[in-house]
Ligand binder design. Sequence first.
Ligand SMILES: [Zn+2]
Length: 65
Amino acid sequence: MVEVHVGDVVRMRKPHACGGSEWVVTRVGADIGIRCLTCGRRVMLPRSRFEKRVKTVLGQGDVVK
Ligand SMILES: [Zn+2]
């Protein structure tokens, strides 16, 4: 079980299509909402898939919301 909170920055195992691999968590629930920090694209993932894809939870960063 990966513990994440809204505002946490996470690093994914596979880079996004834009080349970025860091995302900010925008929503936590049955689905996890994340936004790519490089291109700003928003994605919703079922928690089970999110947990398989996430590599590191970097915690709350100085992220521009
Ligand atoms: Zn991206």
